[in-house]
Design a protein around this ligand. Structure first.
Ligand code: NAD
Length: 364
């Protein structure tokens, strides 16, 4: 089959890690008989350098007309990069928020999976890790506090900042449905996280999630307050399957979940809308401190490409092949420097891409 993929290489380590994901995708094509056509799309600092803005209408059109979007990461060093001398709406991150909004990418998926081989990188105690954990955070991405009205005013000589947190029932219902759908493909448990003891938006969240749950009788639903969830993630992460939550809570919890896996370079993510279109990117940033050194870990981006195969292109067997190849490389003892441990073989970004691509194979 032929597919059209928009490639956003991005800034910092972005171009290096996207190149490795593309290498793996090309191996998937030759192994399974597909053809991917790539469209280069500029976003973030790379777009500012060329167009003066972090996202153009042309970039949005190119992304929209693709089957899926694979992205590295965007942004630079806030202290030294000229991009951060621009007003906030012209900075790299504004482009990311704008493309999520333009493509209506309201559902963000972030898996946190502990590979047995990387157990040593997990900061949790052995007795807490137990048999490991495999959870998915489903975060609402286009509503809530980050998109509400905000202003800073002066009242009687005192500066006052106001941010607004709103959700309507439709926004909650569509993300809840996505969360339950994902749970149906997994261990059939949803933990809905809110702050319903304080916030009206959370009380509506809880009510709507309970309504949606009625359509999924096989899925067990529990509610958890966000402060408790933050604690439970380090106390007993194995209890979670799908964590369903709003934008800001999800932002914080997904970073915490990535920390407990111990290796930011391993964590993929997907942002989906109501169609098959999705934007797939690693959970980490553009790591300007290590850009251009061939030491960045490309696995998060390669696993994001696997999610792209599964969720946007419905190529489950191909996605399995990528995930299996990553698992094999780790079992064979190859590591980039961020996940290096004693007795393993240290490799660079490109070598890691080669090793994973070499192991892409059809199931016998
Ligand atoms: P970061 O995730 O880029 O880096 C944090 C630390 O992790 C750094 O020490 C970095 O070297 C390391 N690291 C990150 N990815 C790695 C990888 N694949 N392999 C090995 N080590 C890796 O976070 P930051 O330094 O806070 O942010 C840098 C820039 O990235 C900022 O401009 C920020 O706004 C941006 N950012 C972009 C995204 C995105 O594109 N979605 C997400 C987060 C941050």
């Amino acid at each position: 089959m032929n597919y059209s993929i928009a490639l956003i290489r991005g800034d910092g380590i972005g171009p290096e890690i996207v190149a490795e994901a593309q290498k793996v995708l090309e191996k998937v094509c030759s192994t399974f008989g597909h053809k991917f056509e790539y469209k280069e799309v500029l976003l973030g600092g790379a777009s500012i350098d060329v167009h003066g803005v972090p996202l153009t209408d042309e970039a949005i059109a190119d992304a929209k007309s693709s089957d899926a979007i694979l992205m590295g990461s965007i942004g630079g060093d806030a202290k030294t990069s000229p991009w951060y001398k621009l007003e906030p709406s012209k900075r790299p991150e504004a482009g990311l928020l704008a493309i999520r909004k333009a493509l209506n990418l309201f559902a963000n998926l972030r898996p946190a999976y502990l590979y047995h081989e990387l157990k040593d990188a997990c900061p949790l105690r052995e007795d807490i890790i137990g048999d490991g954990f495999d959870l998915m955070i489903m975060r609402e991405l286009t509503g809530g506090l980050y998109f509400g009205e905000r202003k800073t005013i002066e009242e009687n000589g005192v500066l006052k900042a106001i941010d607004t947190l709103t959700y309507d029932e439709n926004e909650i219902r569509r993300i809840a449905k996505r969360g339950f759908d994902i749970a149906m493909k997994r261990r059939k448990k949803v933990t809905s996280v809110d702050k319903a003891n304080v916030l009206d938006s959370s009380r509506l969240w809880r009510k709507v999630v309970e309504e949606v749950a009625k359509d999924y009788p096989e899925v067990t639903l529990e509610h958890m307050l966000v402060d408790n969830c933050a604690m439970q993630l380090v106390r007993n992460p194995g209890q979670f399957d799908v964590i369903l939550t709003e934008n800001m809570f999800g932002d914080i919890l997904s970073d915490e979940a990535s920390m407990v896996t111990g290796s930011i370079g391993m964590l993929s993510s997907a942002s989906l809308n109501e169609t098959k279109l999705g934007l797939y990117e690693p959970s980490h940033g553009s790591a300007p401190d290590i850009a251009g050194k061939n030491i960045a870990n490309p696995i998060a981006t390669i696993l994001s490409a696997a999610m792209m195969l599964r969720y946007s292109l419905d190529l489950d067997e191909e996605a399995d092949a990528v995930e299996t190849a990553v698992q094999q490389v780790l079992t064979d003892g190859f590591r980039t420097v961020d996940i290096m441990s004693e007795g393993c073989i240290q490799v660079g970004t490109k070598e890691m891409g080669d090793l994973i691509a070499e192991r892409i194979a059809k199931k016998c």
